[in-house]
Design a protein around this ligand. Sequence first.
Ligand code: SF4
Ligand code: SF4
Length: 359
Amino acid sequence: MKVIKIDKNEWASGLEKLRSAYELIGPVKEKFYHAFQSLESGQQPDMDYINTRVSPKYVIYPQSELILECSLNENDEDYKIYKEPEKEYTPKAILGIRPCDADSFSLVRRNFDTEEYKDPYWLRAYASTTFVGLACDQPCPTCFCSSAGSGPYSDNNLDILLADNGDHYLARVLTEKGKKLASAAGWSQEAGDEADQQIEQKKQEAESAIQSSVKTDKLASQSLLDLYDATNAIWEKEAFSCINCGTCTFVCPTCWCFDVQDEVAGKKGYRIRNWDSCMYPLFTMHASGHNPRGTKVDRLRQRFMHKLKYYVDKYENGIQCTGCGRCVQLCPVNIDIRRICNMLNSYDPESCTCEVTAS
Ligand code: SF4
Ligand code: SF4
């Protein structure tokens, strides 16, 4: 695999060359936190960051997205006939995305790209995006990517992986999309024979800096009903302090739930898809008034059973979490997916005990 060397001054000039062909999106320091934003002309991404507060999932799956529209003018032939709006899927490049966040798109794809249903909006946005990842040399204490199927130097779902090497990046160009972007930016300097070894050494250092992990080896063999029924041992205690704020779901790169709403403005009707949260009381409210997840125990159980058991059983491909640590950091009452994962993994229905650890 080709490794190229990109001096940091060439990085900046290369990004300017890319602007005519790509919308560039990268991490930018807001008041106290970094966020992914569209970069204006001359604006550089701030690559010296730990991770953003909210993941860049919105680039492919916007928080609020117009999916259909119709005329409400009775004189129009297509009166009240919903149609797809014309949308532009201009090529985008997400710069400096962390490996855990890049990996999340392959998990989410299992929901939006199936035999039975292919979500046209998600798939078009995904196809038009090039992912330029930045390997993670300083994992946070709450990161547990290595045990969640990803890793600080994972190249899964990336087109280019950058490793920061002082005054330059070592860049693994992984796909045709990555080659096209590197060529458009004018980055072509071969990195030399030692580059692979240097990246490997940095990878080992980064992996050994990860302080946190989860155990997932027994999740698949646990009985779904036993875990569901672990109300006294797990769910009531964990749900006690939950305030159903939805923060965990909104910051999560792998949460995909949405709600569809119809709006009217003048003589036009709009159908809009909005992120929603299984932690909200109205998420499952039926028109009859019945709510199958009417208590916070029900809702919290749903979030964690979905990520750590239903997903595991359905896809047989790990947990629905890349270990980015955002929900651990940002839950206002310290509900910790690492603790819950370890409890589910070790739960014994005979004794109603499990390991209560979050390390
Ligand atoms: S962030 Fe914490 S308190 Fe808020 S809904 Fe999620 S688990 Fe509950
Ligand atoms: S569940 Fe939490 S740690 Fe896992 S990907 Fe979502 S926000 Fe990150």
